[in-house]
Design a protein around this ligand. Structure first.
Ligand SMILES: O=P(O)(O)OC[C@H]1O[C@H](OP(=O)(O)OP(=O)(O)O)[C@H](O)[C@@H]1O
Ligand SMILES: NC(=O)CC[C@H](N)C(=O)O
Ligand SMILES: [Mg+2]
Length: 508
């Protein structure tokens, strides 16, 4: 996942985009970028790092204009250390097009060859987003007949993108001199919504963003989600055009957004993320009651941050106290989306510290939203023991993560997943808990679906092994795995240098 945003207004948009990116920071911590457009001229600043570090006052001053877009990146193609792969991407023909993308293309490799051999376009990085922008640009070239470019021609180009591109993509793009375009893949895997606010001059501003929290936090009112396969185009006069551009669109949002990725105060595809997490806590409690006696538990402790709603609801359901046993260092980011296992492992200890009094002599039930590589659980169970806990039980509000994800979550190989080839007992032993309990896949789907029965199904491949687009071949898996592995060396080197910097021993 990454966070994307686009704004069209009559006022300068640089600050609005910056503020929206801060609200989407939890979706990507590795790089950030903003492009603004004044007339037909585009201004860009992008770099590695968090939003606050990437944009200094001088960078903000150099982003004039009333239309723009931005992105916070968590790489799923290429790697975190290549500045060239930071978004937005830009191409100059047949129009000036700037694009930001959340998702992952499963046929990027094949498309790259096609772009070079047939479309006469050159790709310079390992980023699938660079492939995507070139496909869009090429299709715009084919769709555009006479100038000016019409919304119908833009939609025709998006329809062609849907036919060529496979995988997940929520996209915001700028077409210089024409307007702001946003579209979502035909399965609606990654989220995208838009909202409006009436600006100072009575004119309506439009913001498109990954999550509703970015709209709300900036005074915009959520209008609706962009539908799967749909494209919306807001021209430079501020008029909004929309069209369904896919042949068989179906809504299958990513389940992991509700489990972990999104902020709890966002509403995605009609489902409150917070309520989804409460519901998961409730079913987890039911499962717990049927598998072990809650009377043996003294206290329920969440593993901050994302597990809090589920843990709270579980505690209430089993009638045990909910206590904050770990303090989170608010200056350390999310560990799961950090690049490289070395940094992730070290960061768990930097991020969380136990409050002894909540553990000493007690049987504690630790609740996390998910156990993926097991990095967090293993460390946390040990910390609970070091803090004097009597028994340490562990519960996960999501089912075991057993399968790689190819749609925008960085877990490309099954080997890295703790639950991939281990039995429950082996996982329990690995993390060192006295008992381990997981959510059930069907129960999770049922309780989230109950919040919007209009959702046909979920993209839940990492839990159930079903890849919703139905077109991911064994070869695609191998290509994506090899592509990520080839980035590994660079990643590990970056990892070592980061650790060295954190330890104050100098970078590599
Ligand atoms: O099994 P693992 O590979 O460790 O991954 C799972 C953990 O990673 C995430 O936390 P993270 O620190 O990223 O963010 P949070 O503060 O939002 O919980 C998630 O909430 C789990 O705690
Ligand atoms: N997590 C994402 O959405 C990543 C977007 C894109 N695949 C990249 O690597 O930059
Ligand atoms: Mg966590």
């Amino acid at each position: 996942m990454c966070g994307i945003v686009g704004v069209i207004s009559r006022q300068p948009v640089n600050q609005l985009i910056y503020d929206a990116l801060l609200l989407l920071q939890h979706r990507g911590q590795d790089a950030a970028g903003i492009v603004t457009m004044q007339g037909t001229k585009c201004f860009m600043h992008k770099a590695r790092g968090m939003v606050r570090d990437v944009f200094r006052t001088r960078n903000m001053r150099a982003l004039p204009g009333t239309v723009g877009l931005g992105q916070v990146r968590y790489p799923t193609a290429g790697n975190a250390y290549n500045e060239e792969e930071a978004q937005p991407f830009y191409v100059n023909a047949p129009f000036g097009v700037v694009l930001v993308h959340n998702g992952n293309l499963t046929n990027a490799h094949a498309l790259k060859t096609e772009l070079f051999d047939i479309d006469r376009r050159h790709i310079n990085t390992e980023s699938d987003t660079e492939v995507l922008i070139n496909i869009l640009a090429h299709e715009l070239e084919l769709a555009a007949r006479d100038l000016p470019l019409s919304p119908e021609e833009v939609f025709k180009a998006v329809a062609a993108v849907h036919r060529r591109v496979k995988g997940s993509y929520a996209v915001v793009a700028l077409i210089a001199g024409y307007g702001l375009l946003a579209f979502r893949d035909p399965y609606g895997i990654r989220p995208l919504c838009f909202g409006t606010q009436v600006g100072a001059d009575g004119h309506q501003d439009v913001m498109v963003a990954s999550e509703s929290v970015a709209l709300e936090g900036n005074g915009f009112k959520l209008v609706r989600d962009v539908q799967p396969g749909e494209a919306i185009f807001i021209d430079t006069k501020g008029e909004l055009h929309s069209q369904q551009c896919a042949e068989n669109p179906t809504l299958n949002p990513c389940m992991f957004e509700y489990v972990y990725l999104a902020r709890p105060d966002s509403v995605i595809d009609g489902v409150s993320v917070y309520q989804a997490r409460l519901n998961m806590g409730e079913t987890l409690a039911q499962r717990l009651i049927s598998t072990m006696p809650p009377s043996d538990i003294d206290v329920v402790i969440p593993i901050p941050e994302s597990s809090r709603p589920s843990a709270m609801q579980l505690a209430q359901k089993i009638g045990k106290p909910y206590r904050e046993g770990f303090v989170k260092n608010r200056y350390v980011g999310r560990t799961f989306i950090m690049p490289g296992q070395g940094v992730r492992k070290k960061s768990v200890r930097q991020k969380l510290n136990a409050i002894g009094v909540e553990f000493k002599g007690r049987n504690v039930l630790l609740v996390d939203d998910s156990i993926v590589r097991g990095t967090t659980s293993k460390e946390i169970v040990q910390m609970a023991r070091e803090a004097g806990a009597n028994k340490v039980y562990m519960a996960s509000a999501a089912p075991p993560v057993r399968f790689p994800n190819v749609y925008g979550i960085d877990m490309p190989t099954k080997e890295e997943l703790i639950a991939h080839d281990r039995s429950m007992e082996e996982i329990r032993q690995f993390i060192g808990a006295d008992a381990l309990i997981y959510q059930d896949v069907d129960a999770m789907k049922r309780v989230v679906n109950a919040l919007n029965p209009g959702i046909r199904g979920f993209e839940a491949s990492c839990f159930d092994g079903t890849y919703i687009t139905g077109d991911v071949t064994a070869e695609d898996f191998e290509t994506m795995k090899a592509q990520r592995a080839s980035q590994g060396e660079e990643l590990e080197a970056g990892d070592r240098s980061r650790l060295a910097l954190q330890n104050g021993t100098g970078g590599a």
